[in-house]
Design a protein around this ligand. Structure first.
Ligand SMILES: Nc1ncnc2c1ncn2[C@@H]1O[C@H](COP(=O)(O)OP(=O)(O)OP(=O)(O)O)[C@@H](O)[C@H]1O
Ligand SMILES: [Zn+2]
Length: 441
């Protein structure tokens, strides 16, 4: 159990919060049950007075919160506001789980972390911020990846589980199955670009994640924040919404999102709800004859990595790919070639290599005639020089491989008789290995 923080007043009369006693866990250890408070102290009454006045919560609801433990999987864009509001409201124990460290590109939405926390374990940074807000909340930071080996042991220790990381599909299935096998509700949300979604799975006889999505989506159809972008306030709103549902469940009022999908459209400032299909008798994990009775290999099941770290596709053979170092020598040797940048225009506006031609992957896929014509003109110019290959680049080297595949299918066009190659690792590899002044995003 982690020791309480010490809050003291220094000589300069400023309040210092010592959080060094927060112990970062790198494995799952048994926890003692949370102590149920018999009554609220005067300090509790003052701190929670504005919510105690609500008939929907009242003293009993507040006491219920104080004996509830919640596990938050992922201290990112959703997990930060979720943890913040649960701690502020007086949840008894918060497990904060994340394998990752704080990066500069997290700060626009992962609001518990600050500039001084860069490089620090997100779980510790989040726990420190939460303790500063409410030192009476017991915080247990875990710097580890939720995996089939540790998920059951971990989730069984927490009456309510939450996943805030929803872009990574294997983790969604893993948390779902662990919650079903442990009989816990799962308050799940996602946020991407200008949209958010929320549902409570495995709650009061409602469906689980697998009831609704028995088959994982193909890896290439899943977009995460680093690919698709997100306005920070959108996960902020959805994380607060998760906190609301957790508080209703924990206080005893209950959630009405058990068979409901709430969708938030930030552009139109609109929430919509749709009723979901009920729990399925044939569900592989919560059905009548479940085939999933223990946690298995979710990366194999989903064909994707169980982390939100950049996914590397391998769609092309070795001879269809070159490294950024090889491409640098092509430039240095002034070899005639064409560089095609297939990123969306919004990314090209952020940064680009000056000599590149930009045609987004989506335009190639949709065979947009103007863009294809432009490409063909540039390819025929290249051919007139009697030499040269076409190199394709994107941010990370995934879309560029897809673009090569799309162009290879343009049989009969100018493109089909020239050599197409993708540049491994894309512009971020260029920034990391060739030109440190090139922006990273
Ligand atoms: N299996 C897992 N175990 C522990 N933490 C996880 C797991 N899967 C995802 N996470 C964490 O969940 C969080 C998801 O939040 P979010 O998508 O906002 O952040 P991110 O991955 O840092 O985003 P970005 O794509 O911008 O780098 C991340 O901090 C990630 O490290
Ligand atoms: Zn199910």
């Amino acid at each position: 159990m982690c020791p309480q923080n010490i809050v003291g007043v220094s000589r300069q009369n400023t309040v210092a919060v010592h959080t060094s006693e927060l112990q970062l866990h790198d494995k799952v250890t048994p926890l003692t049950p949370t102590k149920a408070k018999a009554a609220l102290s005067n300090e509790d009454i003052m701190r929670y007075s504005r919510q105690l006045l609500l008939p929907e919560l009242g003293v009993q609801g507040q006491l219920n919160l104080s004996k509830t433990s919640v596990l938050i999987v992922g201290c990112g864009g959703l997990g930060c506001p979720l943890a913040q509001y649960l701690a502020a409201a007086g949840i008894g124990r918060l497990g904060l789980l994340d394998y990752d460290e704080v990066e500069l590109s997290n700060l626009h939405r992962q609001v518990l972390h600050g500039e001084e926390n860069r490089g620090q374990a997100k779980a510790l940074s989040a726990a420190t911020a939460v303790k500063r807000l409410n030192s009476t909340v017991e915080c247990i930071p875990y710097h580890l990846q939720l995996s089939p080996e540790n998920a059951l042991q971990l989730i069984q220790q927490y009456p309510a589980a939450n996943v805030s990381s929803t872009y990574n599909v294997p983790t969604r299935y893993l948390v779902n199955d662990a919650c079903v096998l442990s009989g816990k509700p799962l308050v799940s949300a996602s946020a991407l670009r200008m949209e958010g979604q929320l549902t409570v799975y495995n709650y009061r006889g409602g469906p689980c994640y697998r009831c609704l999505y028995p088959v994982p989506p193909p890896q290439e159809t899943v977009t995460n924040c680093s690919d698709g972008g997100v306005l920070g306030v959108v996960p902020g709103i959805m994380g607060c919404f998760q906190a609301l549902e957790v508080l209703k469940i924990a206080s005893g009022r209950g959630s009405s999102c058990g068979q409901q999908l709430v969708m938030f459209d930030a552009q139109d400032a609109r929430f919509r709800s749709i009723k979901l299909r009920p729990k399925q008798a044939g569900c592989a994990v919560c059905g009548e004859n479940p085939s999933v009775t223990q946690l298995a290999d979710y990366e194999a099941f989903c064909g994707a990595a169980a982390t939100d770290k950049c996914r590397k596709l391998n769609l092309l053979s070795r001879d269809q790919r070159i490294t950024v170092q090889d491409y640098k020598s092509i430039i240095d040797n002034a070899e005639p070639h064409l560089l095609l940048d297939v990123r969306p225009l919004v990314e090209v506006d952020i940064c680009r290599l000056p000599f590149s031609l930009n045609i987004p992957l989506s335009s190639l896929e949709e065979r947009k005639s103007e863009q294809i014509q432009l490409l063909q003109e540039r390819v025929s110019q290249l051919k007139q020089q009697m030499a040269g290959d076409l190199y394709v680049i994107c941010k990370l080297g995934n879309d560029s491989q897809k673009a090569v595949q799309v162009m290879e299918k343009m049989i009969g066009s100018e493109v089909d008789s020239i050599t197409l190659k993708d540049i491994c690792g894309g512009l971020m590899a260029w920034a990391g290995k060739i030109d440190p002044t090139f922006p990273q995003y």
